[in-house]
Design a protein around this ligand. Structure first.
Ligand SMILES: [Zn+2]
Length: 224
């Protein structure tokens, strides 16, 4: 097996995120469920946000807060829209047979998620790489997989592994590498850590574990 490979770096801007009005990725199969399609759940969430405002000692009836419960409910539904989407199905719909077997790297994928401990945002960049073994996947789908897992309540460690596992399971490539660099508002705003602290996590499989040169190449390529 050839271990030394000349990787080809493919950088692309992120596809547009799903808007509140519906999907703008022009792919009917990947975004069939918009968060706002379940008004009952949005209503229940609105009531909960109303109670939260009261719990904070606020007056939910003052002008600025009148529509806040519904706004927050819709916003939360959007930010957690990944629960209604299956990342592996998303990938399966864009798999192609191809002899290409060099490293594919998509770097600097914008990432927005919410930590499950504080329900505060964490955000940053994801870098995803794999070495095909007869099958490749549409590049935009790698960014979409990041997005679907990120649009759930998460910890960064699990998010990183879930992205790796989904790609590994569907493509069965020679290896997958995922690195995420993110800032957590629960650390920054609550003053636990320095303002600019960045958390880095990685998850690898296959040649990214067994081949030092493959891993080094990946890490070198994602360094800005
Ligand atoms: Zn947190």
């Amino acid at each position: 097996m050839k271990q030394e490979k000349i990787p080809s770096v493919i950088s692309e801007s992120n596809p547009p995120l799903q808007s509140a009005e519906g999907c703008c990725c022009h792919d009917d199969e990947c975004c069939s469920v918009a968060p706002e399609t379940d008004p009952l759940m949005t209503d229940r969430l609105s009531e909960t946000v109303y109670a939260m405002l009261e719990g904070l000692g606020e007056d939910p009836h003052r002008e600025g807060l009148l529509k806040t419960p519904e706004r927050v409910a819709r916003s939360l539904r959007f930010l957690t829209g990944g629960y209604s989407q299956n990342p592996e199905e998303l990938l399966k719909n864009a798999v192609f047979t191809e002899a290409y077997d060099e490293m594919v790297v998509v770097r600097d994928i914008d990432l927005f998620s919410m930590c499950e401990h504080h329900m505060l945002p964490f955000f940053g960049k994801a870098h995803v790489a794999y070495i095909p073994d007869g099958k490749i996947v549409g590049l935009s789908k790698l960014a979409r997989v990041v997005e679907v897992f990120a649009r759930r309540l998460q910890v960064q460690e699990r998010l990183t592994q879930q992205i790796r596992d989904a790609i590994q399971n569907v493509l069965n490539p020679k290896g997958v590498g995922v690195v995420i660099e993110a800032k957590h508002l629960c650390m920054v705003m609550r003053g636990v850590e320095k303002l600019n602290s960045v958390t880095t996590t990685s998850a690898m499989s296959g040649q990214f574990i067994t081949s030092q040169s493959t891993r080094s190449e990946f890490l070198r390529l994602i360094k800005s």
